[in-house]
Design a protein around this ligand. Structure first.
Ligand SMILES: [Zn+2]
Length: 168
């Protein structure tokens, strides 16, 4: 039984490495539902920005910085759905080296990694969500580009990196 499950899981993993682009339309609704649930949790339990951090959000053009909530976590959450989890890890989005995640006005940052640079990067993603209008309207474009050109070349990531403020 356990072995059967492992084979199934590896089968999914293998398929996804072959063709994540083809699977994306089916994964997207699950990704959006998971992102909205995580965002709601952070909105309820996270902390509003202080004056200094509000200025950082404004500097990267966030329109409603007062809406932002930040939750410090031991590690970024992974979606429970095995397919979605495999996709998230395969794309590098929620891999072990990731220290920040932004979903709408909700920002998750791993303990020990809060910095002006990371916060400004994540706030620029808030700006991108604002411009798209919602999590549901932003994620298809964002995840589509991640799958198509990879994390490093994704224009949303390039834009966020270009707006990072230095830690100095
Ligand atoms: Zn980013």
């Amino acid at each position: 039984m356990v072995i059967g499950k492992c084979i199934t899981f590896l089968g999914i993993w293998h398929d996804m490495q072959l063709d994540l682009q083809a699977l994306l339309p089916r994964l997207l609704p699950h990704a959006i539902a998971w992102a909205e649930a995580v965002a709601a949790d952070v909105a309820a339990t996270g902390t509003a920005l202080n004056a200094r951090d509000l200025a950082i959000a404004s500097a990267v053009e966030v329109q409603r910085p007062e809406n932002i909530r930040v939750l410090m976590v031991d590690r970024l959450p992974l979606p429970p759905d095995p397919e979605l989890q495999a996709a998230a890890v395969q794309t590098g989005l929620l891999g072990p080296t990731m220290t920040g995640l932004t979903l709408g006005y909700s920002i998750l940052i791993c303990h020990g990694h809060m910095s002006r640079r990371l916060l400004s990067h994540e706030c620029r993603h808030v700006f991108q969500f604002e411009r798209a209008g919602s999590i549901a309207s932003f994620l298809p474009a964002y995840l589509g580009s991640i799958v198509q050109v990879g994390y490093g070349n994704c224009p949303f990531e390039q834009d966020a990196r270009a707006h990072e403020l230095s830690d100095a």
